[in-house]
Design a protein around this ligand. Structure first.
Ligand code: ZN
Length: 199
């Protein structure tokens, strides 16, 4: 049996704060090492593809990500291809710094474990680099595009008090149930045409 942490929801002030950086000693210390394990279990239990520390009430610059192959089962290959979505191994990043390598917008539905039950079309940069520290406080540099880049941008936003609802196309905001009922197998272009653009 694994322990999980409570994921705070939109409206909790911690989600709107700028989180503080971690020292290398803190990252290597027992408290953060234990927190990383709990964040991993909480993310997997949700399940989600990323979790930032503010989402479990800790205002520190720490995130975990993982996009498992099993999460992608049942999604049509063409949907995975247009999202440039492929499995991402479990990774820990502390004090991440985002560099945009290609700012071309990529628009897809996105959700958040802290805005539970909803989704909206959200534009993200196509290609980014993230520099930070791993769980051993060793430097790590990640070049990511497509869905991987989206996950990283979403989680790093959390460390600056930003939610996807701040960036979404507001007319596409909907419940997960409506998404599954009406839009799951439609292209983003079709959805935009049907719901109206507001970008
Ligand atoms: Zn989120």
């Amino acid at each position: 049996m694994s322990m999980t942490l409570k994921i705070v929801q939109a409206g909790d002030p911690v989600l709107r704060q700028a989180a503080r950086p971690l020292s290398e000693d803190e990252i290597r210390g027992a408290a953060i090492q234990q927190l990383i394990v709990l964040m991993r279990e909480t993310m997997r239990d949700a399940p989600g593809v990323g979790l930032a520390a503010p989402q479990i009430g800790e205002s520190i610059r720490l995130l975990v990500i993982e996009d498992r192959a099993e999460y992608q089962q049942g999604i049509a290959p063409e949907r995975l291809a247009e999202r440039e979505r492929a499995p991402v191994p479990f990774q820990v990043i502390a004090n991440p710094v985002l560099t945009v390598l290609d700012p071309s917008p990529r628009r897809f539905f996105e959700g958040c474990l802290s805005v539970s039950g909803f989704a909206a079309i959200t534009a993200r940069h196509a290609n980014v680099r993230v520099d930070g520290l791993d769980e051993h406080a060793e430097p790590v540099s990640i070049a990511a595009r497509g869905w991987y880049a989206r996950i990283l941008q979403h989680e790093i936003d959390h460390l600056d008090g930003t939610l996807y609802v701040d960036r979404m196309l507001t007319r596409s905001f909907m419940t997960d149930a409506s998404y599954r009922k009406h839009w799951l197998d439609r292209s983003v272009a079709e959805v935009s045409a049907a719901l109206g653009r507001n970008e």
